[in-house]
Design a binder for this molecule. Structure first.
Ligand SMILES: NC(=O)c1ccc[n+]([C@@H]2O[C@H](COP(=O)([O-])OP(=O)(O)OC[C@H]3O[C@@H](n4cnc5c(N)ncnc54)[C@H](O)[C@@H]3O)[C@@H](O)[C@H]2O)c1
Ligand SMILES: C[C@@H](O)[C@H](N)C(=O)O
Ligand SMILES: [Zn+2]
Ligand SMILES: [Zn+2]
Length: 350
């Protein structure tokens, strides 16, 4: 396919991005070209937009942004035999090597040579985008594109929530940003009770309730540990899921989890964190999981089935939908201000 298309491009190493006309790319060997039906903003895109320290160290400009996507395959490159024109796909964003020690142990989610599209190469905030065929995930035709696009971050949330038993377990979630909200939806669908959420933003506490949180607390106004202890008759929760990346939230969660309980950590901390490991982890005999990316491809099966079960309450999480990219700056600024759940673009204006 030849022609031009609008794309959100990180044009220079500075704050922001630009909507520019670029060539529709041609799929190379092992690649497919998709017509992007929906694409959502991830916190990582925001870091690239803001040009924080991490982005400065990793991103090469100019580069098309974005990595969460759902689209229809319109062209396949040489050697692609697993995907056909007309397939409706989403994409695993981690391009793994298949050769390193981790990959050889089927631990693709910790491949030491991982490349991420939209981070290490052009991404999907465009009308058309390239996806490596090995990263394509076929969707059922009746899955709405906005849900299909959310599967990648849902994979993060699923791996966090389902890293251990959850059904009927009291659960404390810190942080109700887009990832935490997806975590609440998964925890509720999986039968956690009660789900207690700590989140300073009133807007996001309200969203957390809409998604199904049983209790919400503002950690800047009330002691969330006492809040959890009061609800659990002083026992603490069975499960603590960290989605905020706030050092204080980590410490509070470790205090609020019951001895012998489970802790799963997804949030990334801005710096090294100091806390009392002896008393908060070792003497409590906690089971602690670090969570990164998604298991390939087990997590995708779980995510897809959860969506198809109809039990995931995703609609309140998708707070902003945009036809086309014209208002992309508004979308990023709203997200920066914490006034959104997930933001989804539909690049082909209806
Ligand atoms: N490990 C991984 O593979 C992976 C993948 C994606 C995202 N992440 C990380 O997950 C985290 C969540 O992502 P997001 O996009 O939802 O981020 P976000 O920054 O939008 O959300 C974080 C939320 O935590 C809240 N918060 C701040 N301080 C708090 C406190 N003391 N107690 C409770 N809540 C507090 C904020 O108000 C915000 O709503 C981020 O740290 C992100 O970098 C990790
Ligand atoms: C790159 C990051 O934003 C992506 N969502 C991941 O799971 O790794
Ligand atoms: Zn992401
Ligand atoms: Zn590898």
């Amino acid at each position: 396919m030849e022609g031009k298309m609008p794309a959100i491009v990180k044009t220079k190493p500075a704050y922001g991005a630009e909507l520019v006309e670029v060539d529709i790319p041609k799929p190379g060997p092992g690649e497919v070209l998709i017509k992007v039906l929906a694409t959502s903003i991830c916190g990582t895109d925001l870091h690239i937009y803001e040009w924080n320290e991490w982005a400065q160290s990793r991103i090469k400009t100019p580069q098309i942004m974005g990595h969460e996507v759902a689209g229809e395959v319109v062209e396949v490159g040489p050697g692609v035999d697993t995907i056909q024109v007309g397939d409706y796909i989403s994409a695993e964003t981690h391009i793994v090597c298949g050769k390193c020690y981790a990959c050889k142990h089927n631990r693709y989610h910790v491949c030491q040579n991982t490349k991420i599209f939209g981070v290490d190469m052009d991404g999907v905030f465009a009308e058309y985008a390239i996806v490596p065929a090995q990263n394509a995930w076929k969707n059922p035709k009746n899955m709405p594109p906005e849900y299909a696009s959310l599967q990648e971050p849902l994979g993060n949330a699923v791996d966090t929530v389902l890293a251990g038993p959850i059904v009927g377990r009291s659960t404390f979630i810190t942080g109700a940003g887009p990832l935490g909200l997806l975590g609440i939806a998964v925890a509720k669908a999986a039968g956690a009770y009660p789900v207690i959420v700590s989140e300073p933003s009133e807007f996001r506490r309200k969203l957390a309730k809409k998604v199904g949180a049983d209790y919400v607390v503002n950690p800047f106004e009330e002691d969330p540990v006492k809040f959890v202890m009061d609800i659990t008759d002083g026992a603490g929760v069975e499960v603590f899921l960290e989605f905020s990346g706030a050092p204080k939230a980590l410490e509070q969660g470790l205090q609020a989890v019951t001895p012998g309980g489970r802790v799963s950590l997804l949030g990334l901390f801005p710096r090294e964190v100091t806390f009392d490991v002896n008393n908060l982890v070792i003497f409590k005999a906690l089971e602690v999981h670090g969570i990164t990316g998604r298991h390939l491809w087990e997590t995708w099966y779980t995510v897809s089935s959860l969506i198809q079960s109809g039990k995931l309450n995703l609609d309140p999480i998708i707070t902003h939908k945009y036809n086309g990219f014209d208002k992309f700056e508004e979308a990023f600024e709203l997200m920066r201000a914490g006034k959104t759940g997930k933001v989804v673009f539909f690049p082909h204006k209806k």
